[in-house]
Design a protein around this ligand. Structure first.
Ligand SMILES: Nc1ncnc2c1ncn2[C@@H]1O[C@H](COP(=O)(O)OP(=O)(O)OP(=O)(O)O)[C@@H](O)[C@H]1O
Ligand SMILES: [Mg+2]
Length: 262
């Protein structure tokens, strides 16, 4: 799927979104309309607005200007429960003081689908089971969340989001604690699922390998958006990251970025 096929009236979309925080403009007229089922990478230096954009898309933060819509409907007009049933979020940092097992945490993904007074259904159980399998966390299901390693915690948060069976999945640096095998496994999994994924990433080569579209942010504004070949150019990398790079084409046809030290 390509950026050209994206339509702001289908799925989750931001149109001309601005947002101020602490007196400064953190997002400045950002538009993103992921094509249905595609994987969109949000790149940019620290502080460029990636997490803020994901939080605005999730409805956690309201835009000060512009619109966020699901299927063309303003997010503020969509019931919270409806939104929670279709949009799942994996935050950059997550923690809990409550003593929960891995299975309990993954089960939280089913809460938006359940009536408070009903016990979990066979569908809930199947979704939890599948999400644990997909993230390789089945053998840790009974372990306490607090005793997991950093990468395992991250995989459990991803499992919780998958158990939600969302249509849109917003992930903030989901690979930052993962070893190289699990980075590939996660991105392979996201590409294979019929889910629209918006992923904040720092690894330009992972983005090039897995993203259908890349949105490059700098100081809250979109500097470039499109295919990895359009966005991951030597000029744009120098402009945005202030680092010289050599970009070649991998045997698979993706841009490959090699950073050059002076
Ligand atoms: N509540 C707040 N008050 C003031 N400034 C804020 C607030 N929240 C975020 N910011 C600022 O907004 C900017 C964008 O933050 P954001 O977390 O979106 O960046 P990011 O691109 O996700 O960065 P990183 O790569 O470090 O995760 C930063 O300069 C940050 O300091
Ligand atoms: Mg961030």
């Amino acid at each position: 799927m390509t950026a050209a096929e994206s339509d702001p009236d289908v799925g989750l979309a931001a149109t001309g979104v601005s947002r101020s925080l602490g007196g400064g403009l953190v997002l400045d007229g950002v538009s993103v309309a992921p094509a249905d089922g595609s994987t969109v990478g949000v790149l940019g230096p620290n502080g460029s607005g990636k997490s803020t954009l994901l939080r605005v898309l999730a409805g956690v933060l309201k835009p000060s200007a512009g619109r966020v819509t699901v299927d063309g409907q303003d997010l503020s007009d969509v019931a919270r429960r409806t939104l929670a049933q279709r949009v799942a979020v994996v935050e950059q940092h997550s923690d809990t003081q409550i003593p929960l097992t891995v299975r309990d945490v993954v089960g939280l993904g089913r809460v938006p689908h359940r009536r408070a007074w009903l016990a979990s259904s066979a569908t809930d159980e199947a979704a939890i089971h599948e999400a644990l399998e997909q993230t390789g966390m089945t053998t840790k299901a009974s372990q306490r969340w607090q005793t997991l390693s950093g990468g395992e915690r991250q995989r459990v948060q991803i499992a919780r989001a998958l158990a939600q069976r969302p249509r849109e999945l917003l992930l903030d640096e989901p690979t930052n604690h993962l070893d190289v095998q699990h980075q590939f496994e996660l991105l392979d999994l996201l590409s294979s699922l019929p889910v629209t994924s918006v992923i904040a990433l720092h690894d330009l080569n992972l983005a090039a390998m897995y993203c259908d579209e890349i949105v490059l942010l700098d100081q809250g504004a979109v500097v470039a958006a499109g295919s990895s070949a359009d966005v991951l150019t030597e000029d744009l990398i120098l402009q945005v990251y202030n680092v010289k790079a050599e970009v070649t084409t991998s045997p698979e046809g993706h841009p490959h970025v090699r950073f050059l030290r002076n």
